[in-house]
Design a protein around this ligand. Structure first.
Ligand code: HEM
Length: 243
């Protein structure tokens, strides 16, 4: 019998590698991110989490209800960061990129037609935030020379303050996935959707690359792009979805 948590981890391993190797993420881990780029990234994630969290909270599915943990919600945390980077009138200053609109459109469609697949979207974002996201927080803090406790609320989980809490929670999340009692077909659909969610995230990051290119200069950009090309070829093309 297929175990959902394992199927997701193994079935998205390649997509995860591609996401880690986007030029955006590579620049991020090398400390090449600017405040301007980072706030745009956060603003786009704000739209994603707002819709994801609304969809999870209202989904007409027992399985989705079981995997919905409000303590993971990111939209409130992101709003704090956006107020810090843009000012109190941040809502008037941010709009979703086209790639983000495609992501939102997919969340909306899935919530309407096959809410079970929201599990894939929850997994892709929250498990990532609880994992590699924690290292990214430290990089942002030192790169942008942020004041203590400012600008990285997105990576903070007040209900899970320590690494041990996060680790234990991830085990709980995986155990919950495995207790849903889904059949092989449902598991295969969720893994497929998780791969799509990774692709949507990669496209969101690709959409920020022109700004990134201007910031880091042609030479550094070229080295990132050459390594990055295979990921562009292998991903499914979410831009094919109508908005
Ligand atoms: C530089 C970028 C990234 C790094 C360094 C990174 C690093 C990691 C690490 C070390 C883990 C394993 C944690 C563990 O086993 O407890 C992990 C897991 C995960 N990451 Fe990432 N990650 C990155 C980007 C991303 C992105 C962009 C996404 C999705 C949008 C993502 C989604 C996930 C997911 C869903 C898991 C959970 C895998 C599982 O255990 O089932 N990651 N990441």
């Amino acid at each position: 019998m297929t175990v959902l948590s394992l199927a997701l981890r193994e079935g998205t391993a390649e997509a995860h590698t591609l996401a880690e190797h986007t030029a955006f993420m590579k620049c991020f881990v090398r400390g090449l991110i600017t405040s301007r780029l980072f706030r745009q990234f956060l603003a786009n994630l704000y739209f994603v989490y707002t819709d994801l969290e609304a969809a999870l909270a209202s989904a007409n599915s027992d399985a989705v209800r079981a995997i919905y943990f409000p303590e993971l919600n990111r939209s409130g945390q992101l709003a704090q960061d956006l107020a810090f980077y843009y000012g109190e009138d941040w809502r008037d200053q941010v709009t979703p990129l086209t790639a983000t609109r495609v992501y939102l459109s997919r969340l909306h469609d899935v919530a309407q037609s096959e809410p079970l697949l929201l599990i894939a979207h929850s997994y892709t974002r929250y498990m990532g935030d609880l994992s590699g996201g924690q290292a990214l927080s430290k990089i942002v803090h030192s790169q942008l020379m942020l004041p203590e406790g400012k600008g990285t609320a997105f990576y903070e989980f007040p209900a899970l303050p320590t690494p041990e809490d996060k680790k234990a929670f991830k085990q709980r999340y995986r155990a919950t996935l495995d207790s849903l009692g889904l059949d092989e077909e449902a598991i295969a659909r969720i893994v497929q959707e998780a791969n799509f969610a990774f692709a949507l995230n990669c496209n969101l990051m690709h959409a920020l690359e022109s700004e990134l290119k201007t910031t880091i200069g042609d030479q550094v950009w070229q080295s990132m792009v050459i390594e990055n090309q295979p990921s562009r070829r292998q991903h499914p093309r979410p831009e094919a979805i109508a908005i």
